[in-house]
Write a protein that binds this ligand. Structure first.
Ligand code: HEM
Length: 53
């Protein structure tokens, strides 16, 4: 993940926009709250490999 995003200068706001879109897609598809949280947690855990690396 680090290699894929290195040098892209991705900002914290851009990262959060991806999480917002992912959450909207989960809700649109009626995914249970617990699974929504799991997915968001997993995505968030990648933050340090993506934001401003
Ligand atoms: C939770 C947030 C994100 C996740 C889980 C994620 C995940 C991924 C994955 C799995 C790849 C493919 C890596 C590979 O081919 O080996 C990728 C590539 C890419 N990501 Fe992300 N990404 C995230 C956020 C972002 C953001 C915020 C941007 C830009 C604003 C971005 C731009 C890109 C681009 C342009 C590529 C293509 C890189 C290439 O093919 O050279 N990503 N991302």
């Amino acid at each position: 993940m680090l290699a894929a995003h290195k040098g892209m200068n991705i900002s914290p706001d851009e990262f959060m926009a991806v999480l917002d879109d992912a959450l909207a897609a989960l809700q649109k598809n009626n995914i249970d709250q617990r699974e929504q949280e799991e997915v968001l947690y997993t995505l968030y855990s990648m933050r340090s490999d993506i934001v401003q690396v």
